[in-house]
Design a protein around this ligand. Sequence first.
Ligand SMILES: [Zn+2]
Ligand SMILES: [Zn+2]
Length: 464
Amino acid sequence: MARRKVLDELADEEAGLRSHWYDILKYVKKDLAYVWDDKVKSDFEAIKIELERIMHILRELSSHYKSTDNEAYAQEIKEIDRLMDYLKEVQASKEWVRGAHKSLQRVIGYIEKNKINIRQYQGDLHIHSQDSSEGVPISGSNCGGLPVVEIIRYAGTRMGQKFIAMTDHSRDADVKSALEYWGPKGKPEVAEYGDGRVLSVYQRIDAIKNPSLKVFKGIEVNLLPDGEFDSKLPSSSEVKCVNCSIHPNLDREGFAEIKHDPKLYTELVLKGIQNPHTNIMCHIGYGCDPGLIDALDWGRICSEAISNRVAIEINVLPLVKKLIFDEILDFGKFKANSTDYRDYLRGKLSEESSTYIGLLGDSQIRQMMTPYFPNGLRIAINTDQHWSPFIGGEDAKRYGWFRKFSNLSSRNSDFRIKRIRFFVCLKIVEKEFQGIFSEVGITSENIINSYPPKKLATFLEKAA
Ligand SMILES: [Zn+2]
Ligand SMILES: [Zn+2]
C-alpha cells in the first residue's frame, strides 16, 4: 500500500513537472541560441544522462539570464530555478525525462538548422565613398570619406565578401549643413551635386580591372515629402541597387509635420516601397522622434514590402561606427591588452539594443514584424559605412576627408590588434543576432545579404 502511495505522489509530481516543462520550453526555444556556443554544445554531447542534459541547458540559461540583469528575464529565471529544484528532488520516471529530452533535442535541431553564421554574410548593400582632390570631394557622397577602389579591394580581399553595393547619395542628405561646410571652401556645387557625381562613381567602378567581388552600382535616393524621388538615375538600367531613404534634414520645412506624425510617415514609407525601382527601404525612422517608430503601421509596411519585393533595412551604422570603431577600437578607452570591451559590447547590445541593432533591436517592432518572416519578408543588414579605420591606401592618405583615420599601416601592431578586436566584436554581434533570428524565426532566406551574388542580382532586377 505504501508503494501505491509513493507512485501516486510521483504521478502527481510528474503532472506538475510536465506542465511546468511546457511553460519553460517556450523560454528554451526563444533563448537557447544565446547560450548555445561550442563549449555548451560539446558539454551537452559529452553528457549521456538525459536528466543531466536537461539540467545542463537550464543551468546555462539561468546563469545567462542572471548576467544580463534584464527585468524581462526575471520571471523566466524564477521558472527555470523552480524546475531545477523540482528535478533535483523528484525522482522523475524515465518516461517523462525521455519526453522532455526529446523536445529539447527538437529545439536544438531547430537552432542548429537556423543558426546564421557571420560567414554567411556575403556583402554590404549600403556604402558611401568619396574620391577627392585637395580635400574637396570630386565623386561620391559629401559625407563619405574613402576612395571607391579601396573600399572594393578591402571588401573583396580582407572581408572575403562576394558582393558590394556602392550607394552614394543622390543629393546630400543635409544640403544646408553641407553648404555651410563647403561654401567657404569655394565649392558650393559639391553640396548640391546630383546624378553626375553618382555617375562618376560608376566610372570609377568600371575602371577597376577584375574586382575580386561583384559590384552593384547603386544609389541612396532621397524620398521627398511628396513621395517622389529626387533623382532620375534609379530608372536607368545602369543602376542595380536602389536604396530609398527619408532624410528629414534635406527639407526641414517639408518634413516638419511628417516626422512627428506616424500616419503621415507610414504613408510616405509606403510610397517609397511602392516605387517600382526601390530595392531596399533604408533606416526607417531616421531623424524622427523615438516614439514615432513604434507607432508606425508595421503590418502595412511589411506586407507592402513583401508584395513589392523590397527589403527592409536593418541599419547598423551606430553599432559599427559609433560603438565599435569610435569607442571600442579606441585604445584610450580600452587599452591594447584589455579584454573588458567584450562585456562592454555585450552590455550595450542588450541594454541599448534599439540603438545598436536597429529595427530588430526594438522588441515591439520585432514582434510586429514576426508574422511576416515566414511569408517572405526580407531584410538587408547594412553598415551604411562612411569611413573605416581599416581602409587606407595612398589615395585615402593623400585626399581622404578622414585621412587622420587612415594613417595606420597594416604592418603596425596597433592596426593588427584593432583588426583582431574588430573580429571578436563581430562574433559577439553574431551571437546577439542569432538569438534574435531564432526568436523571430528569421532564416537566411529572409536576409538578402546572405544570397549568392546571382540570386541577389535576380532579387534586385525587380522591374524585369
Ligand atoms: Zn541615409
Ligand atoms: Zn547612407
